[in-house]
Write a protein that binds this ligand. Sequence first.
Ligand code: ZN
Length: 362
Amino acid sequence: MIVRDRLVQSFLELVAIDSPSGDEDVIAAELEHRLQALGLDCAQDAHGNVLASRPGSGEPILLSAHMDTAEPGRGIKPIWDGDDIIRTDGTTILGADNKAGCAVILEVIQSAIEDGARTRPIEVAISRGEEIGLVGAQNMDYSRITAKVAVVIDSGGPPASVQGQAPYHYTYTVEVNGRAAHAGVEPEKGIPAITIAAEAVLGLPQGRMDFETTGNVGTIHGGLVRNAVPEACVIEGEMRSMEFEKVESLVARAKDHLTEVQQRHPEAKVNSRFHLGYPGYKLEPGDPAADLLFGVLRDLGMEPDPHPVGGGTDGNVFRGHGIASVVIGRGGYNQHTKDEYLVIPEMLDCARVVEAIVRTQG
Ligand SMILES: [Zn+2]
């Protein structure tokens, strides 16, 4: 049985361990220790993701969360009066995104052990670096994962709040190389990389293209000193769309534009790299993960509420690796802000849903 106090206690213990992205060693060791104490075969992969498994019967199921948190996420002091809400003291995020997901996974396994319940084989993947671009999931050791269906516990709101659609995501880098020269003595010998990069930026997709397609130039770095014609400039950007064709056509447009810029400045070098960071998806009937989750939600009297989201999660990356994934709510709100809070009954409902899923006969 899912035990409310134990679930809350383990959540509070996990948020007391600082784990901003890039600084996950301590929380990884703690999670590994806890999963081993629950009898799971558990180890970190080469990237430091915590992977674990527990035997069972039927088709295996992957339970996933991420261990890193956003900033400001050091010295978190959760405020809990014993009622239904856990808040921050206003100086940091709370870290329900995604310590609530980690706590739910631990509670579901603990509960299965205590009940002597028959479960599917359970695989656990707790990633690093989710908040900085799904880095852990992209570098995960998939040879250790056999499940073809995953529940990613990493959405806001109640468990019935399901990410129904997530975008395809392209990242890109443009490098402009010109030629340096003294800006006062012989500027005519220079090829100003920043100016050429500016032309590039102006034609790259930015803002909202339509209701499901966006583009952004996020960073620009160029030049070394005030008095030299800048030799190099680097632009980083991204594009997203729910529809693969739309993001592909944005990429094609951006490449055409960069080719034009190159042609206008044959003396410079304009190089670009485009990378499909993760695939998008849309939950449809017949999708094994959606069917499983929606069935369990309805059995528990919760009506599934799938909605599109503009961001990717580890679920996108898993789908790229052939693992049908659903991303469910675990009771958090105002994620990535100092106003983040956790609704305990919703985290509890999330644990009940995940528990029911691992106990289905697959
Ligand atoms: Zn998250």
